[in-house]
Design a protein around this ligand. Structure first.
Ligand code: SF4
Ligand code: SF4
Length: 386
């Protein structure tokens, strides 16, 4: 049990780069450009130097680009990503080398940089995506073309696929220098794959360290389980110490929306890592909690848009708060705000669901969305007047 500290480690052997154990997720930056720039620079000054952005995160590339002026570009490892199956920019976008190359140029313009350190294939969540990316004339070829021209330095992929499929991708992706996947103490499904990728020299980057918000909700169920199994009072601290204890994880992506997201994560990384006994105990405790096997919504929003205009990730959160975390008052408050005409993004009520199933087909975590909507309609919401 030692403190991990903010010390450089290899970002996999293949890339030849080094990274600090806590990195920047640029998905939820502040609206205001000045605040966003100040926040990103605060994180970079604190040695969070790997930045994960994406062509599909609204305005993130532009905001990151603003923060990287005045000498900050040289301090960071800048990574962006895209795929046509998640975000078509133009109607005829496809997974061809030409289209990918075009999107890379566009990202460089949005970021206002000469090159990116990483350009990744964004979210391979079924074998067809891997084929689209790797076939002759496919995405990887477009990325390699940009690498030959010095516009991109390294590449890799992100994934939400089944462990079995991801295992195959890791075996076949000799071009990949990093892989980004979900891993946290309530969802250790990819734990062995993190080890496998690490052993192959692929840099391992972990997203969703907070279990899609599970550990930030002050749930008595989570609090007690974490405390009883590890002796650690704060689930957030435990979640960080769980990951800092896994030497196969090179870095974690921390979504930054406010200054304390930076300071508290780094503070936790300076505390002792979890022991093997604590790790086993907390995994057992989390498995007990998730017996209902609801799966975990990562708030990735790939299920949207919904034809009935239901805010599916928000409704999944309502279901978790009520069913899993047992904080019904919070569940009702979350529901009342989301399905509320005063909310500019007011969502339709769950009993408006058309049962079309489109969300379940697109869901990266293969969640039973319709079942959860039914639960909310029967237990939390008022029936919609028809
Ligand atoms: S099944 Fe319901 S929630 Fe899912 S996309 Fe269709 S209408 Fe929307
Ligand atoms: S329901 Fe599935 S696709 Fe939608 S946000 Fe949650 S995890 Fe992502």
């Amino acid at each position: 049990m030692s403190a991990k500290q903010m010390q450089l480690v290899d970002l996999g052997k293949r890339s030849g780069l080094k990274v600090y154990p806590v990195s920047i997720g640029a998905m939820r930056l502040p609206e205001d450009d000045e605040q966003s720039t100040a926040l990103l620079r605060q994180a970079i000054d604190a040695n969070m130097v790997y930045i994960d952005t994406c062509r599909g995160y609204p305005d993130s590339e532009r905001k990151v680009g603003l923060a990287l002026k005045n000498g900050y570009r040289e301090k960071v490892i800048l990574s962006t990503k895209w795929s046509p199956w998640l975000r078509k920019i133009e109607e005829d976008d496809d997974a061809s080398a030409d289209c990918t190359y075009k999107r890379i140029i566009e990202s460089l313009e949005r970021l206002d940089v000469e090159y990116v350190d990483f350009y990744q294939v964004w979210n391979i969540y079924k074998p067809a995506h891997f084929e689209f990316a790797t076939r002759k004339g496919g995405m990887v070829e477009g990325i390699i073309r940009a690498m030959d021209e010095g516009l991109v330095k390294h590449t890799g992929f992100t994934t939400h696929d089944t462990p079995r499929n991801v295992c195959r991708y890791i075996d076949r992706a000799d071009w990949a220098e990093v892989v980004l996947f979900t891993y946290n103490m309530i969802n250790p499904t990819y734990k062995e794959l993190v080890e496998k990728a690490h052993d192959k020299g692929i840099g391992t980057i972990v997203m969703n360290p907070m279990g899609g918000g599970m550990f930030t909700e002050e749930s008595p169920v989570i609090n007690n389980a974490v405390k009883d199994s590890t002796g650690i009072e704060s689930p957030i601290e435990a979640a960080h110490r769980y990951l800092s204890g896994d030497n196969n994880v090179d870095t974690i992506i921390t979504g930054i929306a406010k200054p304390s997201d930076i300071t508290s994560t780094i503070e936790n990384y300076e505390k002792p890592t979890m022991t093997a006994d604590q790790t086993a105990a907390v995994e057992q405790a989390m498995a007990e909690i998730s017996k209902e096997n609801m799966g975990f919504c990562t708030n990735c929003k790939y299920c949207l848009p919904c034809p009935a205009k239901i805010d599916i990730p928000a409704m999944m959160k309502v279901a978790y708060l009520a069913r899993l975390l047992k904080v019904p008052a919070k569940a009702k408050a979350e529901y009342s705000w989301t399905v509320n005409p005063n909310n500019p993004d007011c969502s339709a009520a769950p009993d408006q669901c058309l049962q079309c199933g489109a969300c379940e087909l697109k869901c990266t975590q293969r969640l039973k969305v319709m079942q959860q909507l039914k639960y909310i309609a029967e237990n939390i919401s008022e029936p919609t007047e028809k």
